[in-house]
Design a binder for this molecule. Structure first.
Ligand SMILES: [Zn+2]
Length: 71
């Protein structure tokens, strides 16, 4: 279960049926419904999250080039 802020109750509630979605800017978020009142909830995930303990320590922040130029 993930905790998120319920805008209807203005309180922290647990999220039900959470799914991970990707936003337009490439960041990931969790979407679900409030277990208390059923309001849709949305929680933006931090860049480094619990999904990969050490995987996010990679120094490669930039996306690799798809096709390196060869002259
Ligand atoms: Zn709620």
């Amino acid at each position: 279960m993930t905790e998120a802020f319920c805008v209807k109750e203005k309180a922290k509630r647990e999220m039900n049926g959470e799914i991970e979605v990707q936003m337009k800017n490439g960041r990931r978020a969790l979407q679900g419904t409030c277990v208390s009142c059923g309001t849709k909830m949305f929680r933006i995930l931090a860049k480094a999250n619990q999904a990969g303990p050490l995987a996010f320590n990679s120094p490669l922040q930039n996306e690799p080039l798809v096709a390196p130029q060869t002259n």
